[in-house]
Design a protein around this ligand. Structure first.
Ligand SMILES: [Fe+2]
Ligand SMILES: [Fe+2]
Length: 342
């Protein structure tokens, strides 16, 4: 059994070197100054979900089917946004372990903080819409609500399979590999939130979406700047992992940005039909969810954007036949391989 650690300060003038990686850098070096601007706008644009104009939201003007349908959309979002705080918190720890630049650490801190806000926003809407604090134990009021809850349970089950994989991936991969996955979520998220902000009738949703969209735009800028810094010196074996991760990210994020691909998501036969029914119901209630074709076009554009970035660094892009993009065939992706978040 190890006894108390022997004191050494009396035996030498300076302590021996601290074993690395040590979690705290004790250094505030800044090189990538572009990120300073992003950090400053994060400070300026910080918002509090509780301070949105909630008093203008009168849920009683919606039918129960509409309420359950709108809450369902936020439930899908929270499968992603409620996992984002711990995901970015572990990326934040990694920036400390790697003794990243001070401004990089601050930027990752801001992303973690923003994602926590997005999660709060999901919670506030769901709680108001359902008059209950969680969509899984809520007692559905309508037949559609019952079917949506079943969908929600399957989404929750699927999302739950990815945390273990993510935890293993963080120490294994460089920040550069993690960035490519993060970027995909951010590109797509920035688009959809701006569209929803423009199309939603309800003031509190409009404001929430435009703030979330702005946050995602900053996250995208952070990741792009770091890619610019690191990708020119990317080793070939990391490029291969990135290609695979992009395909994985596509499959994973499709659930919120498009429709969950059946070969990857373990969901019941009628899942998509039920989801479409709810989306139509929400649209009729003034909650602007882009339609199938618009979602598809968004997703395609987001993928092409990402492809444009990766092409610059000679990193192969995976085939995404679902939205008409050709590239390297990637098969055998499992939930456990997933890194991407929102
Ligand atoms: Fe987010
Ligand atoms: Fe984000």
């Amino acid at each position: 059994m190890a006894g108390p650690k022997e004191k050494i300060a009396g035996t030498m003038e300076f302590p021996p070197p601290t074993p690395q990686p040590n979690v705290y850098p004790l250094s505030w070096e800044n090189v990538t100054m572009k990120l300073q601007e992003v950090w400053e706008s994060a400070q300026r644009e910080y918002w509090d979900p509780e301070k949105l104009p909630w008093d203008t939201l009168d849920v009683s003007k919606y039918t129960w089917e509409q309420r359950e349908s709108i809450a369902y959309w936020w439930t899908i979002l929270s499968v992603f946004d409620a996992s984002a705080p711990p995901v970015f918190a572990s990326a934040l720890i990694k920036t400390y372990e790697l003794h990243e630049e001070d401004v990089v650490r601050r930027c990752f801190f801001s992303v973690t903080r923003d994602e926590q806000n997005h999660e709060q926003m999901c919670g506030l809407v769901i709680t108001k819409m359902l008059d209950h604090t969680d969509p899984l134990t809520y007692e559905p009021k309508t037949d559609l609500g019952r079917r949506l809850q079943r969908n929600a349970k399957w989404l929750y089950y699927n999302g739950g399979r990815y945390w273990e994989g993510f935890k293993n991936a963080v120490p294994k991969y460089s920040l550069a590999v993690l960035f490519s996955s993060f970027l995909m979520g951010e590109i797509a998220a920035a688009t959809i939130f701006h569209q929803m902000a423009a199309g939603c009738k309800e003031l509190v949703f409009k404001e929430g979406f435009s703030k979330i969209g702005k946050d995602e735009g900053r996250h995208m800028a952070i990741v792009l700047t770091l890619m610019e810094r690191d990708y020119p010196k990317l080793p070939p074996e990391e490029k291969e992992i990135i290609t695979k991760q992009i395909r994985a990210g596509y499959l994973f994020l499709s659930a919120v940005l498009f429709e969950p691909p059946m070969e990857f998501w373990d969901i019941p036969e009628d899942f998509i039909a039920t989801q479409r029914e709810a989306e139509e119901m929400a649209r009729q209630a003034g909650f602007h969810i882009p339609d199938y074709e618009t979602k598809k076009e968004n997703w395609r554009k987001a993928m092409l954007n990402l492809k444009g970035v990766l092409d610059k660094y000679d990193t192969e892009f995976p085939a995404i036949p679902e939205v008409g993009i050709t590239g390297k065939e990637i098969t055998d992706i499992e939930m456990e391989d997933i890194i991407p978040v929102f």
